[in-house]
Design a protein around this ligand. Sequence first.
Ligand SMILES: [Zn+2]
Length: 224
Amino acid sequence: MKKEESEFRCIWLLLAGFGAAAVAVLVLCLSFRSQIPDTVGRVLTEAERAEVIGSNSPLTEYVYLSPNANFPREDVIRKVTIHHMAGDLLLEDLGASFAQRDRRASSNYAIDSQGRVGLYVEEANQAWTSRSPENDSQAVTIEVANDEIGGEWHVSDVAYERLIELCVDICRRNGIEKLWYTGDETGNLTLHSMFYSGTECPGPYLKSRMGEIAEEVNRRLNRE
Ligand SMILES: [Zn+2]
């Protein structure tokens, strides 16, 4: 073979290699995108909304699904993780915030200070809430609004009551027989600050009531 011919072949092989790599990347991107359900990132029709709520908590009053999630979650649900908003946001405003892809944040549910429940990541999918993919793959995560900004980061009594009801409902539907609060990540009632030392989340008020929350949820789970 002449020298020019072999160089020519080399260039063509190189080009073919690049082409194949580009196609592989494109296929990967497309398959990743197709995992995101088309119900994400837009206002749903009444029928879609009813269907989504039907496979999640019936306590849900507001739905705006976030793209910031793993579709589907990588493990089974066996935990609940409680967060606070570090603010007194409306469910709609939190939905708009979780809709921004560059925030790379979301939660399964949120509860506002009026006790309304919002759904942002369906339970079948994995929210990006606790800085621990291992925890979030097993947990349903809940953000609770604060009616005191700073200090104890208090939450309203109606939000607190709804939090108990939502935990009971999540446990019942997912076969969690009991919530254990151990103060560390060995329990199945976990907190953001267990996984990331740079946060106070969920704040002193909710933290001080975790034992009570587990006790009350378990009491209601045993009642019926
Ligand atoms: Zn948090």
